[in-house]
Design a protein around this ligand. Structure first.
Ligand code: G3P
Ligand code: CA
Length: 275
């Protein structure tokens, strides 16, 4: 069953099309663009020599053939690793077997470490509007450096100071209100998304940290507390839900009028939404 919807729901590829290709690789992001995703989600971390790279975990052990913390490795160390040979296939599919990715990367660049700069280039060359939802990881350890580097890089691409939040093709997401505050202080028009794994008591009435207009609840929150989503919408916030992979959850989100669905399966979600 597909659904004709009243409102446009943005479909965001979580770590790229991360069920079709290894997460956070060029292969996964190219596939997401090909599949028609409206936006791409990525996590960013700082290397020991100050480069922003798209890696989810603190360490590279799960997603590559190397070991160690991203923050202790230099970009050259990461560039020597293969991010197509890690255990992400088993991680997403729940099976410990030989990977059978839908996308079979041919060029080593397709599965080498992805810098945020390279991802911004990919988006700039997409040939259509593709938005970027960038999540800052470990923002406390680096005390502002992640956000500083991020804004410097966005500035180089002319993306740090949009005319308005609505027009911005980039938004910054974080579980850390402090990280979002740093971003807004430096770049007030850049939209920010407050990610939530649970709803803290002081936010139950639908409030978000000062200046944040987009809530990012997990699908578990949405399933267990749909009234909370309605409250967020009523007070005028946008709602971006992660990580939504099942048809029933897509239907639930659509019925509640969420604004964005973040998924590992952008093509399937687009299909479910009748697009
Ligand atoms: O899009 C938000 C979601 O990615 C947050 O969780 O752990 O996948 O970064 P995580
Ligand atoms: Ca993320």
């Amino acid at each position: 069953m597909t659904h004709a919807r009243q409102h446009h729901i943005q479909v965001v590829a979580h770590r790229g099309a991360s069920e079709a290709a290894p997460e956070h690789t060029l292969a996964a992001y190219r596939k997401a663009i090909e599949d028609g995703a409206d936006a791409l989600e990525c996590d960013v971390r700082l290397t020991a020599d100050g480069h922003l790279v798209c890696v989810h975990d603190r360490r590279v052990n799960r997603t590559s053939n190397g070991r160690g913390a991203v923050s202790a490795l230099e970009l050259a160390d990461l560039a020597a690793l293969d991010f197509g040979s890690g255990r992400t296939h088993a991680f997403w599919r729940g099976r410990d077997e030989e990977p059978d990715w839908e996308v079979r990367p041919e060029d080593p660049e397709d599965t080498s470490v992805l810098t945020l700069e390279r991802l911004l280039e990919l988006v700039a060359d997409a040939g259509r509007r593709v938005e970027l939802a960038i999540e800052t990881k470990h923002p406390t350890r680096w005390a502002g450096q992640v956000e500083e580097r991020l804004l410097t890089l966005l500035k180089r691409f002319g993306l740090d100071a949009p005319a308005s939040a609505e027009e911005s093709p980039v938004r910054v997401m974080s579980f850390s209100a402090r990280s979002l505050h740093r971003v807004r202080a430096a770049s007030p028009a850049l939209p920010t998304v407050y990610l939530m794994q649970f709803v803290s008591p002081r936010l139950r009435d639908g409030r978000l940290p000062a200046g944040v207009r987009i809530a990012g609840p997990s699908i578990r929150i949405v399933r267990n507390h749909p009234a909370y989503v309605e409250r967020l919408k009523r007070v005028g916030h946008h709602v971006h839900v992660w990580t939504v992979n099942d048809s029933e959850d897509v239907d639930l989100c659509a019925g509640l009028g969420v604004d964005a669905i973040i998924t590992n399966r952008p093509r399937a979600v687009l299909h479910r939404l009748g697009r």
